[in-house]
Ligand binder design. Sequence first.
Ligand code: UD1
Length: 418
Amino acid sequence: MEQLKIYGGNRLEGTLTVQGAKNSVLPILAASILVKGESILRNCPDLKDVDAAISILRHLGAVVTRDGKDIHINATHITKCDIPDTLMREMRSSVIFLGAILGRMGEAVLSSPGGCELGPRPIDLHLGALRALGAEISEQGGNIICKSAKLQGAEINLSSPSVGATENAMLAAVSANGETIITNAAREPEIMDLQDFLVAAGAKISGAGQSTITIIGGGVGKTVDHRIIPDRIVTATYLSATAFVGGRVELLDCMPEHVATVTDALQAAGSEITIRGQDITIKSNGALQAISPVITRPYPGFPTDAQPCLVAASVKNRGTTVFIENIFQNRYRYVEELRRMGADIKLEGRVAMVTGVDGLTGAGVSATDLRGGAALVVAALGAAGETTVSEIEHIDRGYDNIESALRSLGADIQRISS
Ligand code: UD1
């Protein structure tokens, strides 16, 4: 088992290029099975979830090679339409393959994804969207079986703007006959990236980034070369860490408009943010103040995935900062670990009240989930003494070598085997 060992207190100084977005590369890897030829994806982060998606593609029959940050997928011959339970378990978001497999093969069989560490993760909106396109869906022995000889374009109104359901609907609709209109679609940047990939592959889609997306079915072409957008949650993590610990860090090529709510919050707390083109510079003396309530909402609201790191960065703020979590239950499991380091955080349902303390003390803590784990790393960087973070496989699902990125900024952080 590996752990991260962190000695807190070093200011963060330097320049970093942010990795490609996990939440873009996963649906785009799923989309690559619609391309009956070669997809080249650039700027892919090296993550456990990406490895798992590649294993799924290989299982389905695609030929996949990796060359540094580039992934080449040849999906000319897709021979299977199922994802076995073992592969489903390796990646929580493997349900994103459903629409693409159904569109390509006329049938998709997945084991039920079940819950996850953030609470139950229902897929009713995904299945409703596929049903609207004509899929027949049944459940047998823990498997979800979707069938459709030919999907038919339809109007799909999502009762809430689910990211995954929007992506699944887009991926299925590309292969349907006629026009599909998705209303109340999620507007996250990763949906725009998926549209950009599909359009580059020859699909006819417009509207991503807005609440209405229109897809004219008819499939895609045979080649595509696409660069994955930078990961806005990783950007938010390094910004939060610098704000908390103090220092001056420049994040390059990170699409500042995607993290506007995060930079606004950090600026309100007293850090200095400068945006030049696609780069963000943050300067902080580490002495921050409480800010008005941070409420997580679908994009363009404050991202739920950035909430834990901002909570960690707020534990020494003068005054009390209130956080309201609107997207996932169980999003505060890391709070107990932060308390072990000395944080003063009161929880009431979806509300966390963070009252500034003088300082944190290093402790042995355990990552409870991906972003909660990142929050512990942020806290440890600003704590006195040594912190060991265990169960870091959660962190590795979303951060490409977090220790080397932070070390390059001057942090004292090492990966050790226990
Ligand atoms: C994606 C992101 C995840 C992020 C989340 C919200 C990926 C791989 N993951 O997850 O990092 O935290 O968006 O920004 O992109 N819901 C239903 N029924 C459904 C689907 C969702 O009730 O069929 C609910 C969920 O329980 C949750 C809310 O809708 O409360 C948002 O979920 P959704 O937007 O679907 O998140 P994911 O796509 O799973």
